[in-house]
Design a protein around this ligand. Structure first.
Ligand code: NAP
Ligand code: MG
Length: 494
């Protein structure tokens, strides 16, 4: 049954000032899956004021680390108790296969536990080498009110890679999830109250980016914007913040290379390359969307990859056996199909896929076949621009230097992978790839201890790891004089 959600402000459900709803119909089967309140600017303003007041009253930021940790842990337990329901909401709203949605919920729960542990660990430095009459204290304080603006591809994961860290740091937040996929964010916000996290610490205002996203990123009482989404919108938000030197954290687009050297474990590489471009229907910022394969093995590798690609199961979100589901919207499907058409015009050749699927229960959805393009050169649009769909380009190379040059020939630098059995090459290539995340002899596998973020136009700052917490803090330095002070302006002394 489709749920209807109001806004979540100051620990309670609140009607949107517009009185309107945004209906989310499934992009896989066409049924209504949720309705969200369409917030207006005054709702965003109201939520920011609540977050500001809550922060300035200091009840949350002053709470000792152990107390924050136990509330965060209680929250994780409540999310875990609702895990299956959250996975179903996530699968239905974002049209992703349920088994992957379950994994994403489990990952999100682990993040809350990890952030709870970090809440114990926020600390600074003391310099006791400043002579006997002084001490230098470096402390970390919460940034303040954080506005979070989020995408639709991993709705829960993208909010949870920010929110628990911001809370552990002592911030208060106003969240704007994607207008298509706001359900899990609202659900976890309400669970935070049930866990005992005070009212006003987490606020969620649903609605459009042009209204709510813009209101947050231009609001004078917001101290930081933490954004995940496209590079184009990220730049707009950074411009909004520039006028008042506002803090930003940005997780943006990607154009990952997946490099297969001739000395790789070919079976493992086939599996990883396939997963790297079909996971989440290719709507994946870390997708390995550019296959770079060594010339000597290219023909057989690509032939085998195409054969495996044909076996990918494409079904409805709640189909337990599906590997892929529908794209997020008709607009996104059309954008992907337009890119496929352009790839052909520019001289690329599809060796598998290339079209929409409208058979066997997929009549009402926006399904695109996994598609592989051969003959792609670095000048072509397909090699350069993020497609955000299940499309892989194949480019061949000769030797390590050419592989590295091709991999780095992009404005992006979020995630890349490579496959080799040569241990020296593992380290050499790792140093040279200009990318925030590397997958070596695997793809899309990571751990929450490892910071995540982009080089180049893929972002600013890091999530996850200890850095993910530090992003939500400001550093304060205090030079503290002990005992007698020699006057600096002795002639003015009485
Ligand atoms: P998007 O179009 O940039 O939207 C992201 C968020 O920004 C949405 O909540 C959107 O609101 C909002 N927004 C739109 N216009 C805005 C404006 N003028 N001012 C303020 N906010 C505005 O991105 P998307 O299509 O949702 O997601 C796909 C992109 O996200 C891809 O480029 C992908 O690579 C990137 N991504 C990056 C990461 C990472 O960690 N690096 C992770 C996931 C996704 P609406 O609700 O109106 O859309
Ligand atoms: Mg919109």
């Amino acid at each position: 049954m489709a749920r209807t959600y109001d806004l979540w402000i100051d620990g309670r459900w609140a009607k949107a000032s517009t009185g309107r709803l945004i209906d989310r119909t499934s992009s896989a089967h066409g049924g209504l899956v949720a309705s969200f309140a369409e917030g207006g600017r005054e709702d965003a303003d109201n939520a920011v004021k609540v977050a500001r007041r809550t922060f300035d009253q200091r009840a949350w930021s002053d709470l000792p680390g152990n107390a924050k940790a136990s509330l965060l842990t209680a929250w994780a337990d409540l999310i875990a108790a609702k895990a299956e329901e959250l996975a179903q909401i996530e699968a239905e709203e974002s049209s992703k296969p349920i088994r992957f949605a379950r994994g994403e919920v489990a990952w999100s729960i682990d993040i809350v536990r990890y952030a709870a542990a970090l809440a114990w660990q926020i600390k600074g430095d003391a310099f006791t080498n400043l002579g006997p009459d002084a001490i230098g204290l470096v402390s970390r304080e919460p940034r303040g009110v954080v506005g979070m603006i989020l995408p639709w591809n991993f709705p829960l994961v993208t909010v949870m890679q920010k929110l628990p860290y911001a809370l552990a740091a002592g911030c208060t937040v106003v969240i704007k999830p994607s207008e298509m996929t706001s359900g899990t964010t609202l659900e976890v916000a309400a669970l935070a109250k049930a866990a005992g996290i005070p009212d006003g610490v987490i606020n969620v205002v649903t609605g459009s980016g042009e209204v709510i996203g813009d209101a947050l990123s231009t609001h004078p009482q917001v101290d930081m914007i933490s954004f995940t989404g496209s590079t184009a919108v990220g730049k707009m938000i950074a411009r909004n913040q520039a006028g008042r030197v506002g803090r930003v954290g940005m997780e943006l687009g990607g154009k990952g290379a997946n490099i297969v050297f001739a000395d790789a474990d070919i079976e493992a590489a086939l599996d990883g390359v396939l997963l790297g471009f079909v996971l989440n229907q290719g709507e994946e910022c870390c997708a390995g969307s550019r296959l770079l394969v060594e010339k000597s093995i290219a023909e057989s590798f690509v032939t085998r990859l195409a054969a495996r690609t044909k076996k990918v199961r494409i079904g409805l979100p709640l189909d337990e056996t599906a590997d892929m589901s529908a794209l997020i919207s008709e607009k996104q499907m059309n954008a992907v199909l337009a890119r496929i058409a352009l790839g052909k015009e520019e001289g690329g050749r599809t060796i598998v896929g290339g079209g929409r699927l409208t058979d066997s229960g997929r009549e009402r959805g926006f399904f695109v076949e996994p598609t592989i393009f051969d003959n792609i050169t670095p000048q072509m649009t397909l090699f350069r621009e993020e497609i955000f769909g299940p499309v892989l380009t194949v480019t061949t190379f000769d030797g390590e230097e050419e592989a590295i040059a091709l991999a780095n020939d992009t404005l992006y630098g979020l995630a890349s992978g490579f496959w080799t059995k040569n241990v020296d090459r593992v380290h050499r290539v790792s140093r040279r790839l200009r990318s925030g995340t590397l997958y070596v002899n695997t793809y899309l596998e990571t751990a929450m201890q490892l910071p995540f973020g982009g080089f180049k136009q893929s972002g600013i700052g890091r999530e996850m790891g200890l850095e993910g917490l530090l992003e939500f803090t400001e550093i304060k330095s205090a030079f503290i004089k002990l005992g007698e002070r020699t006057p600096a302006l002795p002639h003015t002394v009485d």
